[in-house]
Design a binder for this molecule. Sequence first.
Ligand code: FES
Ligand code: FES
Length: 167
Amino acid sequence: MPDADIRMRVNGVTRRATVPPRLTLADYLREHCGLTGTHLGCEHGVCGACTVLLDGEAVRACLVFAVQADDADVTTVEGIAAPDGELSPVQAAFRDNHGLQCGFCTPGFVLSVTALLRDNPDPTDEEIREGLSGNLCRCTGYQGILKAVRAAAGTAAGGAAAAEEPR
Ligand code: FES
Ligand code: FES
């Protein structure tokens, strides 16, 4: 198949490229856009490290072809913080609640949690676990991540209670 012309908005910036039809969205973001915050772990849909938002939905960028994102809005971890660099509530909650160690899985978690809390601003622990069941972390353990999501939910709701939970 011939290369295809694509155009998408990545973190609000319109990008055009001519790409092979089998180029994954993850490789497109990393290699063509220089957005290496989208990490690649398993490259077959298991670990969630490559999670990005595609028209608002959390997807595994290693399982999506770049051509499938033609004319879409894509958000990567580089687009989550405020333009002045201030961390998003989810990013700040991960930082403040021991939600990461090596950080390899963190971009995927941040995107998944961002979508989760947008759709369900006050999730139960069970809903958080279910919502993050497609993201794997091999070093932090999940308690810190769960705590971070609870804290981010508290922040998103405008309450400080979760953030002030004893550590
Ligand atoms: S790299 Fe995409 S799910 Fe693991
Ligand atoms: S913080 Fe290292 S894999 Fe999750």
